[in-house]
Design a protein around this ligand. Structure first.
Ligand code: NAD
Length: 313
């Protein structure tokens, strides 16, 4: 198949492209390289450097069978202070992708959504039919993207699979707590500043598992006829920010003093930070016959070692 991956020079997108190329698909990557890296793009794929905020971004790309829309600004914290960036990068850009999909006749879009659409969920593990009530502009932008995708599926036949990812970690990750802690400890090995009170507890999934989940769900969705489907992609367990700090310190062979910086009276890292996140993965395990191969703590520990090595030079 001919497949377009937006954000294919970024963390999750580049791992996904590696697998799609390995499976024999013809892959076109569109990325503006704002955070993505040219060298992450598999040599078997074609990289087109374009900005999805430009409505004419898709000119000359040619027809594709499926679009994996993974380009975004994934920094939840930025969305609290710079909401317009998130509207532009995560809502406008998604609209431009859907418009291109409609006009070019693409039959399916896989949309990288997020656990943040649930906000502070009342039910844990959170199932897909829980209320959509984001507490960050990032989460709101992802929810808006899903709603647009659903309408394009029902109205124009551009079928949409929205995958609500938990925290995904692994090689090439350049944002989030693991990466931040490594960079801070490189600057000062004695003290580690932790955003929040360290008790924030969330589900982490290794990117290898996340890519297999994505492909398994997509394959099954292609045999289906639903115009829209949302699936959680996460782990059955969770890890705390304190666990992450300990894993990073261990991977670097350090014993720093932890200094906690809660941004809110209830210990969040920043306004809009969800304190506890655990997704129910019952739907995807049944629908796509997929299960994670490693738990949250193992995914965090492995990533800490992998990134320490990757960032050594
Ligand atoms: P990333 O920042 O590594 O990758 C995003 C890519 O999109 C980058 O290569 C960047 O250059 C590109 N990009 C950004 N804006 C663009 C634009 N306007 N035009 C073209 N390219 C653009 O992020 P990631 O962690 O790989 O996340 C991939 C997707 O998964 C995102 O949609 C993100 O919101 C979603 N997601 C990620 C996580 C996670 O834990 N990493 C969790 C939930 C959802």
């Amino acid at each position: 198949m001919r497949i377009l991956v937006t954000g294919g020079a970024g963390f999750i997108g580049s791992h996904l492209v590696d697998r799609l190329v390995e499976m024999g698909h013809e892959v076109v990557v569109v990325d503006n390289l704002s955070t993505g890296r040219r060298e992450y793009v598999n040599r078997g794929a074609r990289l087109v450097v374009r900005d999805l905020k430009d409505p004419g971004w898709g000119e000359g790309i040619g027809a594709v069978d499926a679009v994996f829309h993974f380009a975004a600004n994934p920094e939840v914290r930025v969305s609290s202070t710079e909401p317009r960036i998130h509207f532009d990068e995560n809502v406008s850009a998604t609209f431009n992708v859907l418009e291109w999909a409609r006009k070019s006749g693409a039959k399916a879009v896989v949309f990288a959504s997020s656990s943040t659409v649930y906000g502070e969920a009342a039910v844990l593990p959170t199932p897909e039919d829980a209320p959509i009530a984001p507490i960050s502009v990032y989460g709101a932008a992802k929810a808006a993207g899903e709603v647009l995708c659903g309408a394009y599926g029902r109205l124009y036949g551009v079928r949409c699979l929205a995958l609500r990812y938990a925290n995904i970690v692994g090689p090439r990750l350049r944002h989030g707590a693991i990466y931040d802690f490594i960079m801070k400890l490189k600057r000062n090995p004695e003290v580690l500043e932790v955003l929040g009170d360290g008790t924030q507890t969330k589900s982490y999934l290794h990117v290898r598992d996340a890519v297999e989940a994505t492909l398994a769900a997509w394959r099954r969705f292609m045999e289906d006829d639903k115009p829209f489907l949302a699936l959680n992609v996460g782990n059955r367990d969770a890890a705390s920010v304190k666990d992450i700090a300990a894993a990073v310190a261990r991977a670097m062979g350090l014993s720093p003093k932890l200094v906690f910086r809660p941004a809110t009276p209830d210990g969040r890292g920043w306004p809009g930070d969800v304190k506890t996140m655990l997704l129910s993965i019952e739907r995807i395990t049944q629908y796509a016959s997929w299960s994670p191969t490693m738990g949250s703590k193992e995914a965090v520990e492995r990533t800490a070692s992998q990134l320490v090595e990757e960032l050594a030079s």
